[in-house]
Write a protein that binds this ligand. Structure first.
Ligand code: TYM
Length: 328
């Protein structure tokens, strides 16, 4: 059975980019495939400095993951810090990747540029090695992610191939899986940048828990392009193309086909807003129910983390054995 693994950081609230780019795909394959999904709190340490924040955001994120439809009966949802094998294998991965490879990561360059003048942790630099460990620990064949994670999956493949070359066939080499529409959801205020938790203003970012009025308002104020024609061309018409992409992802259609149905920006903005409200309303209702029972969320995460550990500890033992470390 195909093994799937993907993770999300508990930094800030979940936004539409996370959902359309990745989370929705986590749900769609869960009954046919063996799926593992992690809340990667240790990755979030690379940018989180205040005490007492991550525990709460982890629980809220768990509620969101179950609200979008992950079924705890079939999907293993776990917390990264509850599975110590991640950091153990992370070290092995750090020793299997080069300084030069890590230096070429665009996410590292972007994140350090944004943090200029602030503390830049070594963890931000070695981040892809821990991410590689997250993936190979579960012998994952597929990694459903948004477009911005492609480079991290590529480096994971390179690390796994190098490890296998050095120590014999041990690790499964994974592949990134991205959706047709929604792989890169853009900021509504700056359609040349991806929608992100760290956007300068939240006017361009649709949060999963935004109320219908704010969603409609954010779409209404979305930045469009200088002429008033509607057609799909990401380079020439980034604003309109981003709206068409979102509408296509929400309605399971193609952006090019949708473009032919509009002659003005106003109706396109209104329809995109309505489609997103309709898509999010049931998720928001389930989220409100789930977040009311934190003890149950904690229980589900413990069950998930136990299941995850069973798989992760076997892989770590295989890795140590392949290297030839002295058994404990
Ligand atoms: P994170 O937490 O930033 O985002 C979670 C997922 O959301 C996708 N995403 C987007 N997709 C489309 N458009 C956007 N604007 C957008 N913004 C975010 C991301 O591609 C991601 O799939 N490094 C990862 C977390 C991670 C991970 C892993 C992922 C750690 N270990 C192992 C996969 C496998 C990250 O920071 O994602």
């Amino acid at each position: 059975m195909t093994r799937v693994l993907s993770c999300i950081q508990p930094t800030g609230d979940v936004h539409l980019g996370n959902y359309l780019g990745a989370l929705r795909n986590w749900v769609s394959g869960q009954h046919e495939k063996d799926v593992f999904h992690g809340i990667v709190d240790l990755h979030a340490l690379t940018v989180t400095e205040q005490p007492g924040v991550l525990g709460e955001t982890t629980l809220k994120l768990a509620a969101m993951l179950f609200a979008i439809g992950l079924d705890p009966e079939v999907a293993t949802v776990f917390v990264q810090s509850h599975v110590p094998e991640h950091t153990q294998l992370g070290w092995v991965m750090e020793c299997t990747v080069s300084y030069g490879e890590l230096s070429r990561m665009t996410q590292f360059k972007d994140k350090t540029a944004k943090r200029e003048g602030h503390f830049i942790s070594a963890g931000l630099f070695t981040y892809p090695a821990l991410q590689a460990a997250d993936i190979v620990l579960y012998d994952a064949n597929e990694v459903p992610v948004g477009d911005d994670q492609r480079q991290h999956i590529e480096i994971t493949r390179d690390i796994a191939i190098r490890f296998n070359h050095r120590f014999g066939d041990t690790l499964v080499v994974p592949e990134a899986v991205t959706p047709k529409a929604g792989a890169r959801v853009m900021d509504l205020q700056d359609p040349t940048s991806k929608m992100s938790k760290s956007s300068e203003s939240d006017a361009g970012c649709i949060m999963m828990l935004d109320d219908p009025k704010s969603i409609a308002k954010k779409f209404k104020r979305a930045v469009t392009d200088s002429d008033s024609e509607v057609y799909y061309d990401v380079k020439a018409k980034p604003g309109v193309s981003s709206l068409l992409d979102i509408l296509a992802a929400a309605t399971d259609s193609s952006a090019e086909a949708l473009a032919t149905q509009y002659t003005q920006y106003g109706p396109l903005k209104a329809d995109a807003g309505e489609a997103i409200v309709a898509m999010l309303e049931p998720i928001q209702a389930r989220y409100r129910e789930l977040i009311g029972d934190k003890a149950e969320l904690g229980r589900l995460l413990r069950v998930g983390s136990d299941r995850a550990r069973t798989v992760a500890s076997a892989t770590l033992a295989r890795v140590y054995d392949a290297i030839g470390l002295l058994p404990a």
